[in-house]
Design a protein around this ligand. Structure first.
Ligand code: 5GP
Ligand code: ZN
Length: 137
């Protein structure tokens, strides 16, 4: 349990939450500041901060639960779609430093995440970046 981690406290039952799903390793609960009705968070009970710091077996457990919870959120919120979002690092919008996956129900035309600042690589740049990333694997 990480000190002063709100999600560790929620996982330990020290802070109340509206639980949606729970097993030995995983907890899903309603987000307290929903982007839309039914906005749910899925967390490992153990404290990890980012995806790449979390053991693959724990991520596998999260992923094995995600479809079931997403299906329930989707059905219960009468949504047209949903986003699964995982912010890693402050620069990416991560405010709570305990790994979590958002399930955000979406309605057609709701305007959430309407900015998607896609760009284009200049000639040769994509190959260069791909090689740089492969070298780090
Ligand atoms: P992040 O920006 O770190 O990806 O998202 C953190 C999320 O946790 C936010 O959507 C925020 O509303 C939610 N959150 C923060 N504190 C609490 C809390 O005490 N209880 C619950 N249920 N959600 C929380
Ligand atoms: Zn934690």
């Amino acid at each position: 349990m990480a000190e002063n981690c709100i999600f560790c406290k929620i996982a330990a039952g020290q802070i109340p939450s509206l639980k949606i799903y729970e097993d030995k390793e995983i907890l899903a609960f309603l987000d307290i500041g929903p982007i839309s009705e039914g906005h749910t968070l899925v967390i490992p009970k153990q404290h990890y901060t980012k995806v790449h710091e979390c053991p693959p077996q724990v991520l596998a457990s999260i992923m094995s639960v995600l479809p079931k919870v997403a299906a329930a959120v989707f059905a219960a919120s009468a949504a047209d779609g949903y986003n699964i979002l995982c912010n890693n690092g402050r620069a990416a919008g991560q405010l709570v430093e305990h790994l979590h996956f958002h399930i955000i129900p979406r309605k057609t035309g709701d305007g959430v995440f309407s900015r998607w600042p896609a760009s284009k690589y200049p000639q040769g740049k994509a190959e260069e970046i791909a090689e740089k990333i492969r070298a780090k694997l």
